[in-house]
Design a protein. Structure first.
Length: 285
């Protein structure tokens, strides 16, 4: 299928791809509509998608972020020229019509040199509430998700696959490739993008106690939902054609609809526990 030739092949290509950028290397990075000088502080190549910890030159460390290599360019004469042209184009757009929103300008500007398709992940309203409750329980009430989860991400995705096949009578390779991709993205992004600071000691403990075991077999719905709030921005920088994007969006939104339909089975405050005094000390609270 066309989906296999685009999304699946590209996803698999990450497995054998060496990191393009080295620690300490000076680079240019997209941040919004423009390119900025930055330095690569760290490289994470343990999973399927290489990620780089970037510090923007002259910016506060609070702007440091882990980003995919598709937002990074080598620092060379040609790309410095691109940087200058983007700035000129951006100023021209602003002068042309000040009535246009900054969002529209940014979208049009970045498209000049980084043609990416929009990945729209439609999170159902009740799942948005669950995400807010999750944030409150962890960051405000100092609870922790009980790990390993009673229903892990691997189990949830398998339940969806079976439901999709037996109840909705759908069975195709693209769905299974998307589910495989979700497991890969989660494994790579969890430690860097999907944890609150308060959860990091717990993450270090659970990984140490379960060496050789996938985090997809340890974490559950709470962190899977967090992935859906971030995965769109990473997928948007992959070189997918519009047909592959439509297939991808369809499967991701179908999975979210399934979770929403069965949310009483998956989502519960009983999945959390109050952090112990010793843990609070370790977390610096």
């Amino acid at each position: 299928t066309s989906f296999k030739l685009s999304y699946y092949n590209e996803y698999k290509s990450y497995l054998s791809m060496a990191s393009k950028f080295a620690e300490g290397e000076k680079v240019l990075c997209f941040h919004g509509p423009l390119l900025y000088e930055a330095r690569c502080h760290k490289v994470n190549s343990e999973g399927e998608v290489d990620l780089y910890l970037i510090h923007y030159n002259g910016w506060s460390q609070k702007w440091d972020e882990w980003i995919p290599e598709t937002r990074i360019l080598k620092y060379n004469e040609a790309n410095v020229k691109k940087q200058s042209e983007l700035i000129k184009h951006h100023k021209k757009q602003q002068n042309r019509s000040k009535k246009k929103s900054k969002t529209v300008e940014s979208h049009e500007t970045e498209d000049v040199y980084h043609s990416k398709v929009s990945i729209r992940i439609e999170i159902p309203e009740q799942l948005k509430h669950a995400l807010l409750d999750d944030w409150d329980l962890i960051t405000q009430q100092k609870h922790l998700v009980i790990l390993p989860s009673k229903l892990t991400i691997t189990q949830i995705l398998e339940e969806y696959r079976k439901y999709n096949t037996t109840v909705e009578k759908r069975s195709d390779d693209s769905r299974d490739h998307v589910l495989e991709g979700i497991l890969g993205y989660f494994s790579r992004l969890l430690g860097m993008q999907l944890l609150y600071k308060f959860e990091r000691p717990q993450y270090a403990d659970i990984v140490e106690e379960n060496k050789g075991k996938s985090v997809c077999d340890l974490y559950g719905i709470e962190h899977l939902l967090r992935l859906f709030t971030r995965i769109g921005e990473f997928l948007a920088f992959t070189e997918l054609d519009i047909n592959a994007v439509n297939v991808l969006q369809s499967h991701l939104n179908s999975l979210l609809h399934f979770i929403d339909k069965h949310r009483e089975r998956y989502i519960s405050t009983s999945n959390y526990v109050i952090a112990t005094p010793d843990y609070l000390r370790r977390a610096g609270v």
